[in-house]
Ligand binder design. Structure first.
Ligand code: 13P
Length: 264
């Protein structure tokens, strides 16, 4: 079971949305909720992952907020440093722009954009070596779940991660379990199914590193205000990676509230 001191994370993955004006509006709306009823960093790490060209303007818009919101990149290059790599943004360039967090291994990148295991490993390694904090996504397809392979697939993804994370880098890892069949489908894993997989992930992590006890494991896949409270009550679910519902400030705020530690 999770160490009770884990601070939850709720991160909005905006994916390839929305237009700039709407993303600014979304941030203004979210700021209003947070200014009215703040969620402290001790209660929950709240983050948003906008499209790459909006990272800096969103970061700018969030300045001065009493409860900081983390700005998270949705991806980064598997090449490090700087160089002749048209279209790429490296870990070092993100860090240079004070973008300190990055999603890696999202199933949409793995499935649509050819992020195979070697690319994912290179991205993780580059990100950690540049001092970024990584939200590493794992999850099985419907076919894999129905054929009884879900656990094996997810634990293999954790082993892939372990192959590149150095002992002193685990504190910069957050895991997001996102069953592919639950993403954008309206079908959430039942809290029990999600908890079971999170507990397996936790066991796997603890075998690899002592830090596994303290690693936040987020659930992603059709998280909404309506199911957030039940998911948040599961002992090994330490937050959420939210897609669709993060495009609405009120829904996203309510989800963050559901996961926040209320008594801090
Ligand atoms: P939805 O919340 O839209 O299902 O997306 C989940 C996701 O992929 C977050 O990274």
């Amino acid at each position: 079971m999770s160490d009770s001191t884990i601070t939850p994370w709720v991160v909005g993955n905006w994916k390839m949305n929305p237009m700039q004006a709407n993303s600014q509006q979304l941030i203004q709306d979210l700021k209003q909720f947070l200014e009215h009823a703040p969620i402290t960093e001790q209660q929950c790490h709240v983050g948003v992952a906008p499209i790459s060209i909006a990272l800096l303007s969103i970061q700018q818009s969030l300045q001065g907020l009493s409860t900081p919101i983390k700005v998270v990149a949705q991806d980064l290059s598997c090449m490090a440093g700087t160089g002749a790599y048209t279209g790429e943004v490296s870990a070092e360039l993100l860090k240079d722009s004070q973008i300190d967090y990055v999603l890696i291994g999202h199933s949409e990148r793995r499935e649509i954009f050819g992020d195979d295991v070697n690319k994912v490993k290179a991205k993780v390694s580059n990100a950690l070596n540049a001092g970024l904090q990584v939200i590493y996504c794992v999850g099985e397809s419907l076919e894999q779940r129905e054929s009884g392979q879900a656990e094996q697939v997810v634990l293999q993804q954790i082993c892939d991660l372990a192959a590149v994370v150095k002992a002193d880098q685990w504190h910069n890892i957050v895991i997001a379990y996102e069953p592919i069949w639950a993403i954008g489908t309206g079908k959430t894993a039942s809290p029990q199914d999600a908890q079971n997989m999170h507990a397996k992930i936790r066991e796997g992590l603890i075998q690899i590193t002592e830090e596994g006890q303290r690693t936040a494991i987020l659930y992603g896949g059709s998280v909404k205000p309506e199911n957030a409270v039940e998911l948040a009550a599961c002992p090994d679910i330490n937050g959420a990676l939210v897609g669709g519902a993060s495009l609405n400030a009120e829904s996203f705020y309510k989800i963050a509230l559901a996961f926040s530690k209320q008594n801090n």
